[in-house]
Design a protein around this ligand. Structure first.
Ligand code: UDP
Ligand code: BGC
Ligand code: MN
Length: 322
């Protein structure tokens, strides 16, 4: 059979062969763009990779240490049963959105930092779902919402830098940098830090549960506070959508820090639907020249104004001008 394209006749077989050839060349030049298969930590190794480290108030508890093997081994799907249901027992969550189990001493203290502006409905669903989910993990955590309280383009990375400073005031040794619209679907994706910074949402529903490219390091990531400080945090210069997470990945690489992921069935997330944000047209250029600024643009050049701090029942709310 022949097909006519732009006045030329092509044989179907010839077209298929050419197409396959082109794909092979692209794969050969840029293999990282095809990452549906990626290296990951298997379930049996997860516990060993986690860093046991807590804030001083938790370390002073006189309780038996909490166990996590059942949570990790069973990896229960939590999505359908709890999504948006009000099953909070509010009295267990401390003011500011903090929680720790009372019958055992948590082994992990995690600050969950959420960059935010004008996503009220998502925030509501996020808080209810996450407190239900996280409480089942027997960890010590606190949710910090960093709201950009100005009219400039949204600066996700800068809000993470600000959040990391506030989490440090509270002595948290582990940071989870978390989009407000992402919900974990399996309990085994434990909200604790691994030796290596971890990309947690590598099986995301909007990407048909596959990883679009190996260097994707956005959405939800876990990183030890000391590592975040060591690489000078994230860039403050990415305004608007895109690129800041890729720059973060480049920073880690540049500092010879490898990343990790858990196996795909532990890394399933769902994204609450929303309209796409306005892209930052400078993002590609900023990304390319990022290498020159890793040491000068980040935590050490961070300037902002904290307008207010509010202690809500389900989260600590920090309003900032960027
Ligand atoms: N965000 C926000 N308000 C905005 C833009 C972004 O709160 O106007 C935060 C929010 O946490 C969101 C994250 O930044 O989940 C990433 O932005 P977005 O969801 O638009 O990016 P995507 O990952 O969907 O491409
Ligand atoms: C952008 C990232 C984004 C990713 C996935 C990339 O092109 O630079 O910021 O997270 O796409 O949407
Ligand atoms: Mn989103």
């Amino acid at each position: 059979m022949n097909i006519k394209i732009y006045q030329r006749n092509y044989n179907v077989i010839e077209l298929l062969v050419r197409g396959a050839g082109a794909l092979l060349v692209i794969y050969w030049i840029m293999p990282w763009r095809f990452a549906s298969h990626y290296e990951y930590i298997q379930r049996k190794d997860i516990r060993h990779e986690l860093i046991d480290q807590v804030t001083s108030n938790i370390s002073m508890q006189r309780l038996p240490p909490c166990e996590y093997n059942d949570i990790l081994a069973n990896n229960v799907n939590t999505y359908r049963t709890q999504f948006r249901e009000h099953v909070l027992r509010g009295e267990e969550i401390l003011p500011g959105g903090e929680y720790f189990p009372e019958d055992c001493s948590a082994r992990f203290s995690t600050a969950i930092i959420v960059p935010y502006r004008k996503r009220e409905e998502q925030l509501h669903a996020f808080l209810i779902y996450m407190h239900n989910y996280l409480r089942q993990q027997r960890i010590h955590y606190r949710i910090f919402l960093v709201e950009q309280y100005d009219h400039k383009p949204f600066n996700r990375a800068k809000l993470f830098n600000i959040g990391s400073n506030i989490a440090a005031e509270f002595e948290f040794p582990c940071l989870i940098l978390h989009d407000v619209d992402l919900l974990p679907m399996n309990l085994g994706q434990i909200y604790a830090c691994t030796q290596k910074p971890r990309h947690m949402c590598s099986a995301l529903d909007i990407f048909r549960f596959t990883l679009p490219y190996r260097g994707l390091f956005g959405g939800v990531v876990a990183i030890r506070t000391q590592q975040y400080r060591f690489i000078n945090g994230m860039s403050n210069l990415f305004e608007g959508w895109g690129g800041e997470d890729d720059d973060f990945f480049n920073r880690l690489n540049w500092h010879k820090i490898d990343i990790c992921r858990f196996e795909p069935s532990y890394s399933t997330y769902t994204m609450m639907k929303h309209k796409p944000e306005k892209r930052n047209k400078d993002r590609i250029a900023l990304l390319k020249s990022g290498y020159k600024r890793f040491l000068s643009d980040g935590l050490n050049s961070l300037i902002y104004k904290e307008k207010e701090r509010r202690i809500h029942s389900l989260f600590t709310h920090i309003l900032v001008e960027t």
